[in-house]
Design a protein around this ligand. Structure first.
Ligand code: PLP
Ligand code: COI
Length: 364
C-alpha cells in the first residue's frame, strides 16, 4: 500500500472487510452497492489552494446542515473504471480525459479546477490502497467515483469558499441486469434534461436530479432508460439519462448526435469515434431527429442502435417507446456492429488487445 506522493496522510483502515466477505462481493458485485476500505479526501480554500490530501478509512462524512452543497447543489463528479489485466496488473482508461472533463465541469459550476496531477494522484493512491478490491473477470471492474462539492457552511448564494474533493471506489459488474440484452428506452415527451446555456455538458449532480422523474416515468412504462430531446425544439435526440447514443445505418456508417452544449461529452462516445473508424466504419457526428429514429428503424435505414458510457460500456437498444407507439431496433439480440465495437473497446480495457491509441494507464 504505497500512498501517492501528493498524499500528506495515509491512515490504514484498522478493520477492513474480512477477505471472505470481500471475495463474496467481488463474485457478484452488482453496480454501486459496495465500497472499498479507503477513500481519498482533499480540501480547497482560496488561501490554501488544494491541500490536505489524505487516504483514510472509508466512512461517513459529517456535514453541518448549512453546508452549501445541501442547498445549492454546487457539486460535480466523474466516473471511470480500473481493470485487472491477465497478468494481475491494474490499469485505468484515458484518465487524462476524465481529468479534463472534471476541469470543464468545475469551471461551469464555479468550483476550483483540480490539477491533472492531483486527479491522477488521488485515483492512483486509492487504487493502490484498495488493490485487492479490483475484481477479475470480463464485465467486472472497480468503478472509481471522484467528486467535488461546496463544503462551506454558508447560506449566501455565491461560489463556496471551501471545497472538498473525494474519491471512492466500488466493485462493479454489468450496469444493466440483463447484461448484453438490448435495453428499452422511454422517450420523455415533456421533460428536458438540460437546456441551451445550462449545465448539460457538465457532469454535475443536478443534471441527474432533473433526470430522476422522467427516469421514474420510464420505469413505470416498463423501460430501462429514458431518452431526452433538445429543450428548445423538442426534436433533436440528445442522450439518455446516463449514456450517449449511436445509430448504425444500413450503409455501415455510424452516427452519433453532435455535441450541442447540452450533451455530456462521453469518453466512451469519443473513444468509439476512433474505434469504429479503425473497424472501417464511416463515423458521423450530426443532428439526429426523433423522426429519423422512428422512421429509420421502421424503414430499415437504421439497423442497430446502442448506448455507451463508462457504467453501461456498450449496450444495445432494443426498442424506443412513447405514448402511443414504439420503434423496434433489435430482434432481441445485440447486433454485429454493436458487438464488434463493444469487443474492440473492452479488449483494450482488459488488456486483451494492443492499446494502439495509448489510452491505458498502468496504476500498479
Ligand atoms: N451521458 C451522461 C448523462 C452520463 O452520465 C454518462 C456517464 O458518464 C455518459 C453520457 C457517458 O460518459 P462516459 O463515456 O464518459 O462515461
Ligand atoms: C458513468 O457511466 O460513469 C455514469 O456516471 C453514469 C451513471 C448512470 C452511473
Amino acid at each position: 500500500m504505497t500512498p501517492s506522493p501528493l498524499t500528506s496522510r495515509f491512515e490504514v483502515n484498522p478493520s477492513p472487510l474480512p477477505t471472505d466477505q470481500r471475495a463474496a462481493i467481488l463474485e457478484n458485485p452488482g453496480f454501486g452497492n459496495h465500497f472499498t476500505d479507503h477513500m481519498f479526501l482533499a480540501e480547497w480554500t482560496p488561501d490554501t489552494g488544494w491541500a490536505d490530501a489524505r487516504v483514510v478509512p472509508y466512512g461517513p462524512l459529517s456535514l453541518d446542515p448549512a453546508t452549501a452543497v445541501l442547498h445549492y447543489a454546487q457539486e460535480i463528479f466523474e466516473g471511470m473504471k480500473a481493470y485487472a489485466h491477465p497478468d494481475g496488473s491494474v490499469w485505468i482508461f484515458r484518465p487524462d480525459a476524465n481529468a479534463a472533463r472534471m476541469q470543464r465541469s468545475a469551471h461551469r459550476l464555479a468550483l476550483p479546477e483540480l490539477p491533472l496531477e492531483w486527479f491522477l494522484g488521488s485515483i492512483e493512491a486509492l487504487i493502490k490502497a484498495d488493490r485487492d478490491w479490483v475484481p477479475f473477470g470480463d464485465e467486472k471492474s472497480l468503478y472509481i467515483r471522484p467528486f467535488m462539492f461546496a463544503s462551506e457552511v454558508f447560506l449566501g448564494v455565491r461560489p463556496s469558499q471551501h471545497v472538498t474533493y473525494s474519491v471512492i471506489a466500488s466493485p462493479a459488474g454489468a450496469y444493466f441486469k440483463g447484461g448484453l440484452k438490448p435495453v428499452s428506452i422511454w422517450l420523455s415527451a415533456w421533460f428536458s434534461r438540460a437546456a441551451a446555456g445550462g449545465t448539460g455538458a457538465a457532469k454535475c449532480g443536478g443534471n441527474y436530479a432533473a433526470s430522476l422523474l422522467p427516469q421514474q416515468e420510464a420505469t413505470d412504462q416498463g423501460c430501462d432508460q429514458v431518452a431526452f430531446l433538445d429543450a428548445s425544439e423538442n426534436k433533436w435526440v440528445e442522450e439518455l439519462g446516463g449514456m450517449n447514443l449511436y445509430f448504425v445505418q444500413d450503409d455501415g456508417s455510424i452516427v452519433t448526435p453532435e455535441l450541442s452544449g447540452s450533451i455530456l461529452e462521453g469518453i466512451t462516445r469519443d473513444s468509439i469515434l476512433t474505434l469504429a473508424a479503425d473497424l472501417g466504419h464511416e463515423v458521423i457526428q450530426r443532428k439526429v431527429s426523433i423522426d429519423e429514429w422512428r422512421e429509420g428503424t421502421a424503414g430499415g435505414k437504421i439497423t442497430e442502435i446502442f448506448a455507451c458510457g463508462t457504467a453501461a460500456v456498450v449496450t444495445p437498444v432494443g426498442v424506443l417507446k412513447w405514448d402511443g407507439g414504439q420503434a423496434v431496433s433489435s430482434d432481441g439480440e445485440a447486433g454485429k456492429v454493436t458487438t464488434d465495437i463493444r469487443s474492440a473497446l473492452v479488449d483494450i480495457q482488459y488488456g486483451r488487445a494492443e492499446d494502439r491509441h495509448g489510452w491505458m494507464h498502468k496504476v500498479c
